[in-house]
Design a protein around this ligand. Structure first.
Ligand SMILES: *Cc1c(COP(=O)(O)O)cnc(C)c1O
Length: 403
């Protein structure tokens, strides 16, 4: 099997085989976890050639590592990219991309609903460097286009978003971004390469918090960006100097997790749809947000640019946090925790997860009701998840009637 063959293979095959063979040693069928910090050379000329990048090879662990390289290659092939580089976390990926390209006086256009950490970079750190950031209402495509037309260095998108799963039309926005010479960046964490490939829709760079669906087991942190060699090399250079390097153990865990990504994501999406329909029927549920529902504001865009609707959904519970505090502890098959994308179903109120930094008023202004709960659907049997929700809702109804 060579690289051309793996590029033509199906998604599930790519997930299992891409990037694996090149890094094997001593006939081991699995990629080794190379913990060595440095690589020894007897030939001083060869050492020099590798050090200046004239020859392939590794020198020092902050720069490159064979286990990490296998992970980068797998994601690169999945996103159909020329190059990829990785980071210690998803936030490291995001900040390294931004700090590689932005200079004082530059302008960024983005949306209000980006991941909490990303939003903090936009509102707290970039303005300190005299970088202007304009955050548009998520999903208001005309407004985003108008802001792009004024000119920007980076157009930064995330779709679907946290926690109300809003969708942005990547193809349309990328076209507008390209017209003004912007670098178009898309956070593809929620969709995963199983459901969406932003580069094929016109984006320049696609990034992931690998901590979430790619790894899938909530036991390792990592981030990755894919795009043209020209752009990725610049980001890699910034990262090898500032040192936000992905650790070999984490690279291995992410690599192993990714082999089952397609199976997990397909199951999660199927269950998410059933759970969304179940929630729609609950009297105590005010609204359900899932792009797979015909009632979702951006269902048509989602259908156009995504192959599936993913495992993330949210719902607003009547009675706000009081109701949430009764409902969630009753669930048997759910972690109440801040992460997402794991094999276990995970519930979290927006107040303590995605929007913990915001005041109640700010959340309200952003269209996030007090009783909003995010669900990251796991791979358990959906019958068990539905029965679990059923009993938790029955308990909540009983509690409300009693009071
Ligand atoms: C979690 C997350 C991030 C940040 O990733 P970390 O690995 O936690 O740093 C970025 N974007 C999205 C959409 C996320 O869910």
């Amino acid at each position: 099997m060579n690289n051309d063959e793996i590029i033509r293979a199906g998604l599930g095959t790519k997930l299992v085989w891409a990037g694996e063979r090149e890094q094997r040693v001593n006939r081991a069928t699995q990629v080794p976890v190379v913990l060595s910090v440095a690589y020894g050379y007897d030939d001083m000329e060869e050492w020099y050639d590798v050090a200046i990048g004239r020859k392939p090879g590794h020198i020092y662990g902050r720069n490159t590592n064979p286990t990490v390289a296998a992970f980068e290659d797998k994601v690169r092939i999945l996103e159909g990219a020329e190059a990829a580089t990785s980071f210690s976390t998803g936030m490291a990926a995001i900040s390294n991309i931004l700090y590689t390209f932005l200079r004082p006086g530059d302008r960024v256009v983005s949306i209000k609903d980006t991941y909490g950490g990303t939003n903090k970079i936009f509102t707290e750190f970039l303005p300190n460097m005299n970088i202007n950031v304009t955050l548009c209402n998520t999903g208001d495509h005309d407004a985003i286009e108008k802001e792009i037309e004024k000119g920007c260095k980076i157009l930064y998108l995330e779709t679907p978003t946290n926690p109300t799963v809003k969708i942005t039309d990547i193809e349309r926005m990328a076209k507008a971004g390209k017209a003004v010479g912007a670098i178009v960046v898309v956070d593809n964490t929620f969709a995963t390469p199983v459901n969406q490939n932003p580069l094929a829709l016109g984006a320049d760079l696609v990034l992931h918090s690998a901590t979430k669906f790619l790894g899938g087991h909530a036991d390792s942190l990592g981030g990755v960006v894919c795009g043209s060699r020209e752009l990725v090399e610049q980001i890699f250079h910034y990262r090898e100097i500032n040192g936000a390097t992905l650790a070999p153990w984490d690279a291995y865990l992410l690599l192993r997790g990714m082999k089952t990504l397609k199976l997990r994501v397909l199951q999660q999406a199927k269950s998410a749809m059933e759970i969304a329909r179940f929630l729609q029927k609950q009297e105590l549920v005010e609204a359900v947000y899932y792009p797979g529902l015909e009632t979702h504001v951006h269902h048509d865009i989602a259908k156009k640019q995504m192959r599936g609707f993913g495992g993330m959904l949210s719902f607003a519970l009547k009675g706000g946090m009081d109701s949430v505090s009764i409902l969630l502890p009753r669930l048997k098959y759910a972690n109440c925790a801040a992460n997402l994308g794991a094999v276990e179903t995970t519930f979290g109120p927006a107040r303590t997860t995605s929007h913990v930094e915001c005041t109640a008023e700010e959340r309200k202004a952003m269209g996030i009701p007090d009783g909003l709960v995010r669900i990251s659907v796991g791979i358990e049997d959906v019958e068990d998840l539905l029965a679990d929700l059923e009993q938790a809702f029955a308990n909540l109804v009983k509690h409300i009637k009693r009071n």
